[in-house]
Design a protein around this ligand. Structure first.
Ligand code: S3P
Length: 176
């Protein structure tokens, strides 16, 4: 029997603060793949995300995400770290999931809070007066969307352990 083919790309989704960018970078390094981060692509082209939300609105941000999805859909050999809302748009998910492995990184509310509050100013969705309640509500709204993808727990695990878990699921032996 022929060995299983490598996925076209590896896509990381999940809520803000679950470690998609860090894990993506480390995973790409371990697998000798290219790494791309959709938020970084957007910021390079259009400026800081909080400014895009403030000046152009969230709808425009989501439109930019869609154009990035169309661009990345033709690429291969990438680890793609996506912004927390990116793969919840079915249009983006359809484009990026073809022949690819998608992993949703998951974490408990307390751990997410701890991680996102360190960089809250860069996250316009958490700009209101009660970020914990906002995170709780958003998590609830998004749970079903993330559940469409293969889940990887990140609680209490340093990023390298998460990378190893993903590598194991991709069929790599430990230490490989
Ligand atoms: C968003 C998450 C952010 C960024 C934007 C919107 C979201 O990315 O794309 O602020 O809708 O969850 P991170 O998940 O990398 O924080």
């Amino acid at each position: 029997m022929a060995p299983p083919e490598d996925p076209r790309n590896i896509v990381l989704t999940g809520f803000m603060g679950t470690g998609k960018s860090t894990v993506g970078r480390l995973l790409a390094h371990r697998l000798d793949l290219n790494h791309v981060d959709t938020d970084t692509m957007i910021e390079r082209r259009h400026g800081p995300i909080p400014r895009i939300f403030a000046e152009l609105g969230e709808d425009e941000f989501r439109r930019i995400e869609r154009s990035i999805a169309a661009e990345l859909a033709t690429d291969t050999g990438y680890v793609i770290s996506t912004g927390g809302g990116f793969m919840l748009d079915s249009h983006n998910a359809e484009l990026l999931a073809v022949d690819s492995r998608v992993f949703a990184l998951v974490a408990e509310l307390d751990i997410i809070m701890d991680r996102v509050m360190r960089r809250r100013s860069s996250r316009p969705l958490l700009a209101g007066p009660n970020p914990r309640e906002q995170v709780r509500l958003l998590l609830e709204q998004r749970r079903a969307g993330y559940a469409d993808f293969e889940q990887v727990g990140t609680d209490e695990r340093p990023p390298m352990r998460v990378v190893e878990e993903i590598m194991r699921r991709l069929g790599h032996e430990p230490g490989q």
